[in-house]
Design a protein around this ligand. Sequence first.
Ligand SMILES: NC(=O)c1ccc[n+]([C@@H]2O[C@H](COP(=O)([O-])OP(=O)(O)OC[C@H]3O[C@@H](n4cnc5c(N)ncnc54)[C@H](OP(=O)(O)O)[C@@H]3O)[C@@H](O)[C@H]2O)c1
Length: 261
Amino acid sequence: MSSSAKSTYDVNKIINLEGRRALIIGAGRGIGKKIAHYFAQAGAGLTLVSRTEAELELVKKEILNETGSVVDVFAADATDEYSISKIFFSLQGLDILVNVAGTSAQVPAEQYNKDLFSRIYGLNCHALFFACAQAYPLLCKSKTGGRIINISSHLGVVGLPLRTIYCSSKAAVIHFTKTLAVEWAKDHITVNSIAPGYTNTELSQLVLNKSDFRDEVLSKTPVGFIAETDDIAGAAVFLASSSSRYMTGQTLVIDGGWSCV
Ligand SMILES: NC(=O)c1ccc[n+]([C@@H]2O[C@H](COP(=O)([O-])OP(=O)(O)OC[C@H]3O[C@@H](n4cnc5c(N)ncnc54)[C@H](OP(=O)(O)O)[C@@H]3O)[C@@H](O)[C@H]2O)c1
């Protein structure tokens, strides 16, 4: 191409989600809330789910003020299959599903606790898989190609003491992602995941507020700081956009280098 030729590339398409309809499960605060803000700014139409209505209403109000867009919100528990299937049934169409809701606990592995296991796997794995299955028929009809983005964790890639259940559930998310990607590629659906490292949110504050643990996290993080939700949400925009159309089954590990050491 001569230097005077007009470029056929458009960098703006990396962040352009105009005309796309996205459902984010776990969008009332933290990483999911930031993804909702980024998606709205990129032009996507949004449906947001979490259990706390007041937080959803706040996100709705913030997005309306920022972009003028009205988002739909539903207060529901991601593990309640009846409520979630009703939300999917109400959608006019869907191009992007983001599964963010997740939970964690610290417990010595030798203290097997069936209820805890069920709670963590129930949300991190069963609910995520259920949402993917519910989304499938809608994503198959997406004119832009369906997108699923699952939020895993760097602890799905490497282990950390006391978190066997959480780590293994997040490793399962990575493998759900790979396998669904292979199975649904024929339907023009890409399935990718993001594995954040420790990120400043309400969930992580529970452990990061303990100075010993915070120091341990920082010592294991080569970049030397804890992520903000912005450090994660930009990757979600890329994975939702047409720029990532050739990427599927992958996990973007955004952990400041933790898993490389
Ligand atoms: N923050 C980190 O350091 C970090 C690191 C690696 C991975 N992650 C993963 O990233 C995801 C988000 O974490 P976060 O730190 O942003 O958490 P957060 O601040 O606690 O936010 C989680 C969001 O999901 C919703 N949620 C939780 N349980 C739900 C349920 N059963 N049904 C529907 N919505 C539910 C919460 O609202 P309600 O409670 O009102 O329902 C909230 O809106 C999780 O999957 C987590 O494992 C986080």
